[in-house]
Design a protein. Structure first.
Ligand code: ADP
Ligand code: MG
Length: 258
């Protein structure tokens, strides 16, 4: 059983076919990357998997259950977490609170819980969640920044905080949309190790990334999208030398320079 399966998925925005009959699986425990030129439909695929959009045609299955029409909240509760291409943090909250917001998605704790804060069982659970939030921060090397405001973190650290927030929902599948964007080479090398460690802890990773060096060194398999169509899929070595892929990137030098 594949963890995630896109079955002939199409989405249209007016006259534009952003994703065109895509078949794709993510296998339990792997790191799969999705690459392709700007506008190829990569983020749209993440938006489909996380319930922001529903497919116009086709369906999506998570653990063999149809999720094509489920809402984002249900998908987070089912074990799908994500980061966004552009940073989506609560700037005026602390690093810890940004992660706790993720943790609450799966806890019994909710708004009613917040109002009933004085009851012992809620306090107990809150303590558990705080410990869990610290664990998540440790996995991206941010535990020592827990009390700082999110807006005061460096750009690279903000991107890592987004990952910690994703981890807080205890995902089975973590979607990372251009996690290395804007990072310097040293930050990218650290991120690479962190993502591998997250996978080794049992979280399946589906990644969109433009940095070919990063993609080639982290992925077991790579899928390539061009104008919404999947044009190639395979291990990094095969993708690097695939004529269709080289053509899609022609003039951009992205694949050859990796
Ligand atoms: N909500 C939307 N409405 C209209 N067009 C959209 C919408 N979302 C994405 N698109 C279009 O779909 C195509 C794919 O976009 P996107 O998935 O963001 O590409 P990528 O992430 O591969 O760069 C683009 O042409 C984009 O303009
Ligand atoms: Mg995108």
């Amino acid at each position: 059983m594949s963890l995630l399966k896109l079955d002939n998925v199409t989405i249209r925005f007016g006259g534009l076919i952003a994703v065109d009959k895509v078949n794709l699986t993510v296998e339990q425990g792997e790191i799969l990357s999705l690459i392709g030129p700007n506008g190829a439909g990569k983020s749209t695929i993440f938006n489909l998997i996380t319930g922001i959009y529903s497919p116009t045609e086709g369906n999506i299955y998570f653990e063999d259950r149809s999720i094509g029409s489920k809402k984002p909240y249900h998908l987070a509760a089912a074990g799908i977490a994500r980061t966004f291409q552009t940073i989506h943090l609560f700037n005026n909250l602390t690093v810890l609170d940004n992660v706790l917001i993720g943790a609450h998605t799966r806890g019994k704790w909710n708004v009613t819980g917040a109002l009933l804060k004085f009851t012992p069982w809620v306090r107990g659970e809150e303590r558990e969640l705080t410990e869990w939030a610290y664990d998540c921060l440790e996995r991206v090397n941010l535990a020592d920044k827990a009390d700082e405001l999110a807006m005061n973190l460096s750009y690279g650290a903000q991107r890592r905080l987004e990952i910690a927030r994703g981890l807080a929902v205890r995902p089975k599948l973590l979607l990372l949309d251009e996690p290395a964007a804007g990072m310097n080479p040293q930050e990218k090398a650290t991120l690479l190790k962190m993502v591998k460690a997250i996978r080794d802890s049992g979280v399946t990773i589906f990644l969109v990334e433009h940095d070919m060096k990063f993609v080639m060194s982290i992925s077991e398999r790579i899928s390539v999208l061009d104008y919404g169509v999947k044009i190639a899929e395979g291990p990094p070595e095969a993708i690097r030398s695939n004529p269709k892929v080289i053509e899609a990137y022609l003039g951009k030098g992205a694949v050859n320079s990796a």
